[in-house]
Design a protein around this ligand. Structure first.
Ligand SMILES: [Cu+2]
Length: 384
């Protein structure tokens, strides 16, 4: 009896302080759209990451919905990153002409592991996060990290805030150069878009790319990068806006099919299409809306539209996770692109390929599965 009274007293004492300081504990204010995943992560790596709260969470926005000055602040910050010196060894990476191109080089270096593999969605999620943090810490950017809404712009690319070519856009189309249809495979070609030449309008007029394209056959055949991959190959940024690609693969029906996928294997097919088949899928299709170099699986990061493009893909993935809470932490795919050479299935415990010098520490796939736990603390203005 005495014991139980003492225990009760001890319990009461223990509870009082937490009642007093109850209101704004991080627990109570935790903001999550991923209840299952965030609970799993808290159990998996308690205390490893800072909690994400309603005070600290960042909201990613549709580029079209941002005020003109907000859009310009974003492109100014990207240009600021490109004005900073490269941190890579110039004898190995002559194409790394500045800090922006360091990102592009890092992506080329990891292309074979992080596409058409089990790392794709989470590796790119963290890569976006690193760039966003860099805009903030290196260039003082304080705005939202925007996405380019593919289906919303598919019928009016040239009139969209993203591509209208004004100083508040992501720059417009390339100059028109008639190079004929875009041949993707013997059985798949697209009509030529409306550009093809240098981008001469908007904030990225005069932007220089430094790496030549590398054929996707290097991935499909499991080949290492060609020796010339990082040679300096200076060119103007080109674009070839392609309404056919936008309307065919990036429409609302395609988006809904992806969001309604019953598992991650089906989701992967909806976003990446069927290799050698007739469909590019939602994400690959988006790359072909902008044309070369933005359509390259290797060197696409050289076009700054890459960041809003991939941020929208992350929104699609995030929205799929929120719609399928019980499946939100499943994985799909192996450790090599198209499983060549054959490799193990990726699990939540598999360590991600690194992000070059930008990533301070290694992360498992499981660390990167929730946008409101682990190293992340963001959500999207609109759930798709
Ligand atoms: Cu990529």
């Amino acid at each position: 009896m005495v014991n139980s009274i003492l225990s009760f007293a001890a319990l009461a004492l223990a509870t009082v302080p937490s009642l007093v300081s109850a209101a704004p504990t991080t627990e109570a204010w935790q903001s999550t759209d991923f209840p299952v995943v965030d609970a799993w992560m808290k159990h998996k790596s308690p205390g490893k990451f800072r909690p994400c709260t309603d005070e600290t969470i960042k909201i990613r926005k549709d580029f079209d919905s941002m005020a003109p000055e907000e859009r310009k602040a974003y492109t100014d910050a990207i240009k600021c990153i490109a004005s900073k010196p490269s941190q890579l060894d110039q004898t190995i990476y002559p194409a790394a002409t500045n800090r922006y191109m360091d990102y592009a080089v890092t992506h080329v270096n990891r292309t074979r592991q992080v596409h058409l593999s089990g790392f794709f969605l989470t590796w790119h999620r963290y890569y976006l996060h690193l760039f966003e943090e860099d805009l903030r810490t290196e260039c003082g950017y304080t705005g939202a990290f925007p996405y380019w809404n593919w289906p919303a712009t598919a019928d009016n690319l040239h009139g969209s805030a993203v591509f209208d070519g004004s100083e508040y856009s992501m720059s417009g189309d390339g100059e028109y150069v008639d190079t004929g249809p875009v041949v993707l495979a013997p059985t798949l070609s697209l009509p030529h878009g409306s550009g093809g030449g240098c981008v001469n309008s908007g904030p990225f007029a005069g932007w220089q790319t430094t790496m030549a394209d590398i054929p996707i056959t290097y991935i499909l055949q499991g080949l290492p990068l060609p020796d010339t991959a990082f040679q300096l190959n200076q060119s103007c940024l080109t674009r070839d806006l392609n309404t056919f690609a936008a309307q065919t693969w990036c429409n609302y029906t395609a988006l809904d099919l992806a969001l309604e996928s019953a598992d991650l294997a089906e989701f992967d097919t909806q976003i990446n299409g069927v290799l050698g088949g007739g469909s590019l899928g939602l994400h690959s299709g988006a790359h072909f809306i902008i044309g070369s170099p933005g359509s390259s699986i290797y060197v696409s990061v050289q076009d700054p539209i890459w960041w809003p493009l991939h941020t929208f893909l992350d929104n699609v993935y995030t929205s799929w996770q929120i719609r399928h809470p019980d499946l939100a932490n499943i994985t799909f795919g192996t450790e090599t692109a198209v499983n060549v050479p054959p490799s193990a299935n990726v699990t939540l415990d598999t360590v991600e390929p690194d992000w070059g010098y930008f990533g301070q520490e290694l992360h498992t796939v499981g660390d990167l599965i929730s946008t409101t736990a682990g190293p992340f603390c963001y959500k999207y203005d609109v759930q798709l």
